[in-house]
Design a protein around this ligand. Structure first.
Ligand code: NAD
Length: 512
């Protein structure tokens, strides 16, 4: 493994804010109670800023502003084309700030700068996509000849609470903001407390694009405080959440009192199944990228590689050699392929799994902190082979640059292994056999399957997991469905047959 810039010389973006505020009703504000929390960068692990720590009263203010903008503001009533123009201006602004955004995102999250750049473009694309979709959107009308016409009156729902994680924060925020706003809702965003920096750019982007005040509100803070208050707020009928499965379960319980609409994108432990007839070069490239890109901090990481016995040894040798050659280093260095994990707490978690793995599998690459990077949250790309299905590193989401490899004998065993976790987010299958590719995919307990590819997504397709990986699917029209009510309006075209209750001349005669 190669190292790049030493941590001590690590890059700090220009004009870094030293304090991050909430954004409520068109104004940057601190918490009512004045509380803050520290924000650190993952290379030096020193605090570079404080952020306002939102509490119940801050969420109350943000929700009140969003509710006012929904009930009395112009946004929900605007024609789709008018909203789309604003969404496209937002996309333009995001694209125009690509370099700055990537800079801040990479600094705050530890993502390699080259990979952070792609996130800004994807965020812009989310806004363009939903701008197009709402203009092209039409709803069902159904005729019953001679008697009835029925049509769907689609309506925004109200204040949407958006709660997001720290991996690719800006892009994941855009994923929720774009459809929620496109459909005419107003929002309160609660970004992840580890990475609040890039979210602070939204306010100006939205203001400049012409989004009315109060439509977008942002409250920073801890999940158990600001997030919890948002989930429990009576005036927030929708919660779109992306994060850990255990947090999703807590939110599910807390949202029950108000029977909220919930969209849950949760954790994963996705299999990458490589059959002996696969294009091995392509499979190795993809299986490396699939788990080591974004520092392994990606929900859809193919972190369990299952390999057919006939090619197992060859695959393991070649895979491990490449993993050892991955460039680990300062996130700002364009040569870096794996940067620093987001936070020392997360570093400790991933490092503990690496130690657990040493007794559960055969260590082929990595195994801890790279020698040349004594500071910062760096973990060398780590590969374990011969991992049994009951191993913790096979079953549990590590969310870092750690992968397990397990052999299989035939299709049945491959399928049993692939489905043998509580998660069901993504699956990657490598084979040249068309029949097997489809049959195997259909039998996978996974929300999304990629054949002979890593995660390359068309925004029109459903995104989401099954089992412990999620509840509900977003993506394309499914997002529109989540953020709107479909009211059915029924119109009669003629006389309706109505039983005439209470029309009998002598009811007492019937009673006898
Ligand atoms: P997390 O669950 O710790 O936090 C996510 C968000 O929830 C944060 O904003 C946090 O402040 C908030 N939160 C925490 N407790 C809360 C509570 N009680 N009430 C309300 N909000 C609360 O997740 P994380 O560590 O930030 O992110 C990593 C996880 O996200 C991984 O499990 C990963 O797989 C998952 N993820 C899933 C997808 C997907 O689309 N399925 C995408 C990205 C990440």
């Amino acid at each position: 493994m190669t190292s790049t810039v030493p941590a001590s010389t690590h890059y700090i973006p220009e004009n870094l804010p030293s304090h991050l505020q909430h954004y409520i009703n068109g104004h940057f504000v601190d918490s009512v109670g004045g509380g803050t929390f520290d924000v650190l960068d993952p290379v030096s692990n020193t605090n570079y800023a404080t952020a306002a720590a939102g509490q119940q009263e801050d969420i109350d203010l943000a929700v009140a502003a969003a509710r006012e903008a929904f009930v009395n503001g112009p946004w929900p009533q605007m024609k789709p084309r008018e909203r789309a123009r604003i969404l496209n201006r937002i996309a333009d602004a995001v694209e125009a700030q690509e370099v700055r955004l990537a800079d801040l995102e990479s600094f705050d999250t530890g993502l390699p700068i080259t990979q952070a750049k792609g996130q800004a473009l994807r965020a812009a694309e989310n806004f363009r996509f939903f701008a197009d979709l709402i203009v092209a959107q039409f709803d069902d009308a159904m005729k019953v000849p001679g008697s009835q016409i029925n049509y769907v009156n689609r309506k925004p729902i109200g204040v949407a609470g958006l709660i997001t994680p720290w991996n690719t924060p800006f892009m994941l925020e855009s994923w929720k903001l774009a459809p929620a706003l496109a459909t005419g809702n107003t929002v309160v965003l609660k970004p992840a407390e580890f990475t609040p920096l890039s979210a602070s750019l939204w306010a100006q982007i939205f203001k400049d694009a012409g989004l009315p005040d109060g439509v977008f509100n942002l409250v920073n803070g801890l999940g158990e405080e600001a997030g919890d208050a948002l989930v429990k707020h009576a005036d927030v009928p929708l919660i779109s959440f992306t994060g850990e499965t255990t947090t999703g379960q807590t939110i599910f319980r807390n949202a029950a009192a108000h029977l909220k609409g919930l969209s849950m994108e949760l954790g994963g432990k996705s299999p990458c199944v490589v059959f002996a007839d696969a294009d091995l070069d392509a499979a190795i490239d993809s299986a490396l990228f699939g788990v080591f890109s974004l520092n392994g901090e990606r929900c859809t990481a193919g972190s369990r590689i299952l390999v057919e016995r006939a090619i197992y040894d060859d695959f393991c040798d070649r895979y491990a050699a490449r993993a050892k050659a991955i460039v680990v280093g300062d996130p700002h260095d364009p040569k870096t392929e794996v940067g620093a994990l987001v936070h020392p707490e997360h570093f400790d978690k991933v490092a503990s799994y690496v130690e657990i793995g040493k007794s559960e599998g055969r260590l082929l690459a990595g195994g801890g902190r790279p020698e040349h990077l004594p500071e910062g949250n760096y973990i060398a790309p780590t590969v374990f082979a011969d991992v049994a299905p009951n191993a913790r590193i096979f079953q549990e989401e590590i969310f870092g640059p750690v992968v397990s490899i397990t052999p299989f004998e035939d299709d049945d065993e491959a399928l049993a292994l692939a489905n043998n976790t509580k998660y069901g987010l993504a699956a990657y299958i490598w084979t040249q056999n068309l029949t097997r590719a489809h049959t195997f995919s259909h039998n996978m307990q996974a929300g999304m399957v990629w054949l002979n590819s890593h995660n390359v997504r068309d925004l029109r397709t459903p995104f989401g997991g099954v089992k412990a990986s999620g509840l509900g699917h977003e993506g394309g029209y499914r997002s529109i469905d989540f953020y709107t009510d479909q009211q059915a309006v029924h119109i009669s075209l003629g006389a309706v047959h109505t039983p005439k209750f209470g029309s009998i001349a002598d009811p007492s005669a019937v009673r006898r």
